[in-house]
Design a protein around this ligand. Structure first.
Ligand code: G3I
Length: 305
């Protein structure tokens, strides 16, 4: 078995990759997705601008392509992402009243999460996952300014999670962010918010740390995962892993960090091959431009032996 199988043999639930319709047309990429990855995250097709560029008019074609491929191939899906300030259509940003924006969030989530409800139930005892809110913090741990926080304050988080729970009662609901790579101020702000929101009900199941790392930047990963798990959530996950230079040491450090933290259920690489990466100039992934495993891949496999 490949990477995903070896990770599962260590008690984890998946090692995944992002993908989307274009990447599913590349045979070499698909072969590696099948052999080495157990989960897929839509890189762009489930973002708000891709799905509901016009209010109330949904375009599901590319998202359906990814979901249908995952179902056919027995891969889990991490839905990404329901509420994000980026790749957000202008019509959403222009809704400036509380009741109107609440209804816009609820309608978007009910249509999107409702469409994919329970899709993978048949292929796994593990459930669908949603990144419900993405990148809502500043580096100092305060809430980022966006139409959501500007109009609704912190309450948009609870509104979004309640809508996702109502749309798909079996999905694991996550809050996701970047630069959660050590036990820093952003981690602490996020943990405090998760505790506040979950004090009011059963909302947030998991915390995702993206982990778009620099070279030698993995040293704080285990401390970060431990701190995130201390929020009392069921699980944490590394959701968008890539590492500048992809040194074997950095990749092994991240792998061992997830292995060492019981709440860490899985790792998702932000792509298969360096050529398809949003950071392609940084050669950050586990497979080279010819979709061949790099030294870092072999080092991770050895660490999982
Ligand atoms: O689809 C259009 C195409 O029609 C147009 O011709 C072309 C011209 O530039 O742009 C295409 O859209 C691009 C899109 O990817 C699809 O390829 C956007 O310009 C480009 O900005 C977009 O980049 C994505 C980025 O998110 C947007 O913020 C990356 O592929 C994607 O890897 C990246 O992923 C994010 C996660 O969602 C959240 N965390 C950070 C991570 C990396 O930035």
């Amino acid at each position: 078995g490949g990477l995903d199988a070896k990770f599962k043999a260590k008690g984890k639930k998946f090692w995944g990759s992002c993908a989307d319709a274009g990447l599913l047309n590349k045979a070499a990429n698909v072969a590696v997705l099948k052999s080495d990855f157990g989960q897929v995250t839509p890189e762009n097709s489930m973002k708000w601008d891709a799905l509901e560029g016009t209010r109330g008019s949904f375009t599901f074609g590319n998202a359906d392509t990814l979901v249908n491929w995952a179902v056919s191939n027995g891969k889990l899906i991490r839905g990404h992402t329901l509420v994000w300030h980026s790749q957000l259509p202008g019509w959403v940003t222009s809704v400036r009243d509380k009741a109107g924006l609440t209804s816009v969030i609820q309608s978007h989530i009910s249509n999107v999460a409702g469409r994919y409800k329970g899709k993978l139930y048949a292929v796994s005892d593990f459930f669908q996952i949603w990144d419900v809110v993405n990148e809502i913090f500043n580096e100092n741990g305060t809430l980022r300014s966006s139409v959501f926080s500007d109009v609704l304050g912190e309450s948009f988080v609870q509104i979004a999670f309640a809508a996702a729970r109502a749309a798909d009662g079996t999905a694991k609901l996550y809050i996701n962010d970047y630069n959660l790579d050590s036990n820093n101020a952003k981690v602490q702000g996020l943990v405090a918010l998760v505790k506040r929101v979950n004090a009011g009900g059963n909302y947030i199941d998991g915390i995702g740390t993206q982990m778009h790392l620099e070279a030698n930047g993995a040293g704080g990963a285990q401390a970060a995962l431990t701190a995130l798990a201390s929020a009392g959530v069921q699980e944490v996950a590394i959701t968008e892993l890539d590492i500048k230079g992809a040194s074997s040491n950095d990749y092994v450090t991240v792998t061992k960090a997830c292995l060492a933290v019981p709440a860490c259920v899985g790792i998702t690489s932000w792509g298969v091959s360096d050529v398809d990466s949003w950071r392609s100039g940084n050669t950050p992934l586990l497979f080279d431009g010819n979709y061949k495993p790099k030294a870092a891949y072999n080092a991770v496999i050895s660490a999982l032996a």
